[in-house]
Design a protein around this ligand. Structure first.
Ligand code: GLA
Length: 692
């Protein structure tokens, strides 16, 4: 059983490898008791004590499951509100619980006001992940203004210091791993841009700094808007994490009978940092991705953006498509430029009619051609935006976010549409519905190319709700479209990887990882992405950026969902044939890459070599991507030890023309030694089991 109760007041959540225990003290407070190896939960005693001295309140010292701002809580809180009588103090005590399937619901109520906090915990036992969130409900007659509603508070099991891992990126530099030693105080990661954005990411990994082999902890938030992840260590050595919607410029007014359901957090613990990535990869494949494409491999795509920019015409796209088909591409995507008066980024967004000059016969001429070449067709849109130079804006200047006394700031010459207005949301749904209804479109690249500014929405009583409502509107539109067009894939893009998070993985089938397609930069971007994000969703293109050889570019791009963005007009026959060879190899091993376990074996910083291995579930097929940007200082021989194979089985290893057989134990413990000298040296190794 994954969820059970022990005695009167202890609740146990159990996955295959770890346990999470909470309990109710005689003071009615819901306490965190354990997160780690399995123990006999009946042995827990819940100590109820008073302040330890006149400076340290018991509320600051104990670990609650969900601490509201109130009473003598001086540290960071998970929840803060103001009641209609001006009181800004909440006290949650245990009221009730229920257990059904793998979900525990705990109901906490304020001791005076009719305010409920329902905490939900869902156990994914075989994935070693627990999901949790909070639902805040106003069951009274008067409105309550909630100013902070975190999804989860997590108290760390050890008093040791932790190294906290997140990302600190930029546009074209997403997923740059940062590791910060937290001795005391707080570290926060957040977004204030409307999307999860390119900077920090909505997760944490906590690596214990301890001589004992304590577990690596992690938590991931399923949300694509402004988020906040704070990890704090107090003076007594206790570390706590809070994950949820950012309380910056946030509040929710709950009227009588209304509730706010915070996004899910998924958390767990593991033996190693590397294993965290595999746990979350398997979990996303099984429980997060939209069902339609969950079990289907993603196709190899071609995207026109880097080849033709805004200069897309039916003729040029048809010609490109012919070349793409020759390279073995399965999905041809026309990017920006096909609609409205779009010649550059100054005009057109919002006018989602096909540009007659560029496509005199509509899109169907191109789509039919693409289909005849044996490929599916995909299209770029940027539904949340409008250019001032557009018919849409001229007709509806009030459809954007703005404050009435301010001039709305332009970024990339565009403004953000107010999706919290029902008519704007319906406009967006309708134009995509029309596009999909009238054309055989099997893929939509949903882009979003600027942060919000002047976040005013005069239609809302409480303007601070717009950040959250906007994100929910995006999810809702995509969900409805996916339901109506189950054969169409959706990609989440926001100037590259600006909306790459578990919220995106829940509603979209894939993400555009970064506008930076330089294969060397991509190594770090991809390695950072893989910390907690699923391989399958990571679109990676081979393009003309960088002087690296085509082999090197494929080596890196094949580590995700492969795409090509080269200008195929300038590709000679030999290059096209070479591309086809790589695409064929990719298709042969795509199941292993997109659905298998990923092992980060070596990295450039520590080893001068990047080596990434994917192994399928049966452990009979693996592929290893080995690449060195520049081997220096007489380092010539590199030994790579594989992982995740069956030790006693024998495998056939193929490296180019060279083939040899070794045992799993040899490959994993002695490794394969190869000679690499020079720039951009790289190899792809395939490993297939030949006997048990
Ligand atoms: C963004 C995307 C790119 C491309 C352009 C088109 O930058 O990230 O991939 O689609 O917009 O304008």
């Amino acid at each position: 059983m994954a969820v059970f109760r022990v005695g009167e007041n202890i609740f146990v959540l159990e996955t295959e490898s770890f346990q999470y225990v909470l309990g109710v003290g005689s003071d009615g407070l819901l306490r965190h008791l354990h997160w780690g190896e399995k123990v006999q939960a009946k042995d827990f005693e819940i100590k109820v004590f008073d302040d330890i001295n006149s400076n340290h309140s018991y509320l600051d010292v104990i670990c609650q499951e969900y601490s509201p701002f109130g009473g003598k809580l001086f540290r960071d809180c998970a929840f803060k509100c103001q009641f209609s009588d001006g009181v800004r103090d909440a006290v949650f005590t245990f009221k009730d619980y229920s257990i059904s399937d793998n979900t525990l619901k705990i109901l906490l109520c304020d001791v005076h006001y009719q305010l409920e906090a329902e905490l939900l915990y869902t156990v994914y036992a075989d994935c070693n992940v627990i999901g949790r969130k909070a639902v805040i409900r106003n069951t009274g007659g008067n409105s309550i203004l909630c100013e902070k509603i975190m999804s989860a508070e997590l108290s760390f099991p050890e008093k040791c210091e932790y190294e906290i891992i997140n990302s600190n990126g930029t546009w074209c530099g997403e997923n740059q791993i940062v590791k910060q030693h937290l001795s005391g105080g707080s570290i926060s990661f957040e977004s204030r841009k409307g999307t999860s954005a390119h900077g920090n990411a909505p997760f944490f990994i906590a690596n214990p700094c301890s001589e004992n082999s304590e577990k690596v902890l992690f938590g991931v938030l399923e949300y694509s808007g402004n988020f906040k992840v704070t990890v704090s260590r107090d003076g007594f050595g206790v570390t706590r994490a809070m994950l949820g919607v950012n309380d910056f410029d946030f509040s929710v007014s709950l009227k009588s009978g209304e509730e706010f359901s915070a996004p899910w957090v998924y958390f767990g613990c593991s033996e190693s940092l590397n294993e965290v990535s595999r746990i979350m990869n398997r979990f996303a494949l099984k429980h997060i991705f939209p069902e339609q494409f969950r079990e289907k491999p993603l196709p190899v795509l071609y995207n026109s953006w880097e080849a033709t920019g805004f200069d897309v015409t039916a003729e040029s796209q048809k010609e490109l498509a012919e070349k793409a088909a020759e390279a073995g591409v399965e999905l041809f995507v026309t990017d920006d430029g096909w609609f409205g008066e779009r010649k550059d980024d100054f005009a057109g967004l919002g006018d989602w009619y096909v540009n007659k000059e560029k496509f005199p016969n509509g899109l169907s001429e191109l789509i039919t051609h693409v289909n005849e070449l044996g490929m599916d067709f995909g299209l770029w849109i940027e539904p949340e935006m409008v250019n001032p130079d557009s018919n849409l804006y001229r007709a509806h200047p009030d459809w954007i976010y703005n404050f009435k006394t301010r001039t709305p700031s332009l970024m990339r010459n565009q403004l953000v549409l107010n999706l919290t207005k029902p008519q704007v949301k319906e406009f967006v749904f309708d134009f995509i519905d029309r596009l999909l209804g009238e054309n055989n479109i099997k893929y939509i690249k949903w882009d979003m190319n600027r942060p919000f500014s002047e976040p005013g929405a005069e239609n809302l009583e409480n303007g601070k709700e717009l950040w959250f409502l906007h994100t929910m509107a995006v999810y809702d539109i995509v969900d409805r479209l996916k339901k109506k067009y189950p054969e169409t894939q959706f990609e989440s893009c926001a100037s590259g990887g600006g909306r790459c998070d578990y919220g995106a993985f829940r509603h979209f089938d894939e993400v555009w990882t970064s506008d930076n397609t330089d294969p060397v930069d991509r190594i770090e971007i991809q390695n950072g992405y893989a910390l907690v994000n699923p391989t399958k969703a990571m679109r990676a293109w081979v393009t003309d950026v960088s002087a690296a050889p085509v082999s090197f570019k494929f080596n890196i791009a094949m580590q995700g969902a492969l795409g090509i963005g080269m200008n195929l007009f300038s590709c000679d026959k030999e290059t096209l044939a070479l591309m086809r060879e790589y695409v064929t190899l990719y298709k042969e091993y795509r199941d292993v890459i997109q659905f298998g376990d990923r092992y980060a074996l070596m990295n450039l910083k520590d080893h001068m070599l990047n080596a990434v291995e994917f192994v399928n579930e049966k452990k009979n097929k693996a592929i290893v991507f080995v690449a060195a940007v520049h081997t220096k200082c007489m380092h010539r021989y590199f030994k790579v030890k594989l992982k995740g194979l069956d030790a006693d089985s024998r495998y056939l290893v193929q490296i180019g023309e060279k083939k040899f057989q070794k045992s799993g134990s040899y490959l994993m413990n002695a490794g394969i030694e190869r000679y690499f000298y020079g720039d951009y040296k790289n190899e792809i190794w395939t490993v297939n089991k030949i006997s048990d």
